[in-house]
Design a protein around this ligand. Structure first.
Ligand code: ZN
Length: 212
């Protein structure tokens, strides 16, 4: 998990007395930390945010658990060497379903796709438009030095992933169709969207609300 996806946990210190943090106990993709050795996301969160005195609750990926009256499933996604999980959140009384991809490329494993399928709302990471290499000079986009030619091309030849770890806007929309999402909203956008596309649907805006 990259820092931008968990840094807010530190803000819990002193704000709430008790708030369980649910995280994956999976150690076959490990948090890369040579000093600590193989660790699950749950162990890494405990190490980093243990000072907040919140309890970390471990869950096996794809095993459903209930919290706050909702059924939640952690589904492993694909973010290069970084362990990341999407979420399926289901309302047992309403049958409503929210799916969140988390930080991922288009290459989400089949079992996880099944867990995320048929949502009323899909919140999908869409870091860049597939055309990003047309508007941003090479070398400015990614610090890995990789050319942004992309991976997981659709039948139209458009890359659904870039940099081996991020979904393109086109990839996120294709995933929404594949999962048969009723509504798809795109998040995790970088500043590499051209200005005329940066606020265009279906890119989500901060604070927007959906009733499922
Ligand atoms: Zn990331």
């Amino acid at each position: 998990m990259h820092f931008d996806h968990h840094a807010g946990l530190g803000e819990l210190d002193g704000v709430v007395d008790s708030l369980p943090i649910h995280a994956a106990d999976d150690t076959d993709i490990t948090v890369p930390d040579p000093a600590a050795g193989a660790r699950s996301v749950a162990e890494a969160i405990e190490d980093r945010y243990g000072y907040t005195n919140q309890s970390v609750v471990e869950h096996a990926p794809l095993s459903r658990f209930r919290t706050c009256g909702l059924d939640v499933t952690l589904a492993r996604v694909d973010h290069g060497s970084i362990p990341c999980y999407g979420l399926a959140v289901e309302g047992p009384e309403t049958d409503a379903k929210l799916a969140i991809t988390g930080d991922t490329s288009y290459a989400i494993p089949e079992q996880s796709r099944a867990a995320l399928a048929d949502p009323d709302l899909l919140v999908a990471a869409a870091a860049v438009p597939a055309s990003v290499h047309e508007t941003v000079p090479d070398g400015r986009i990614d610090d890995t030095g990789q050319r942004p030619d992309g991976d997981h091309h659709g039948e139209d030849g458009v890359p659904r992933s870039l940099f081996g770890r991020q979904m393109t806007r086109e990839g996120a929309l294709a995933l929404g169709e594949e999962l048969d999402a009723e509504t798809t909203r795109l998040v995790h956008a970088t500043h590499y969207y051209p200005v005329e596309e940066a606020f265009a649907e279906p890119l989500a805006a901060d604070g927007e609300r959906h009733t499922l």
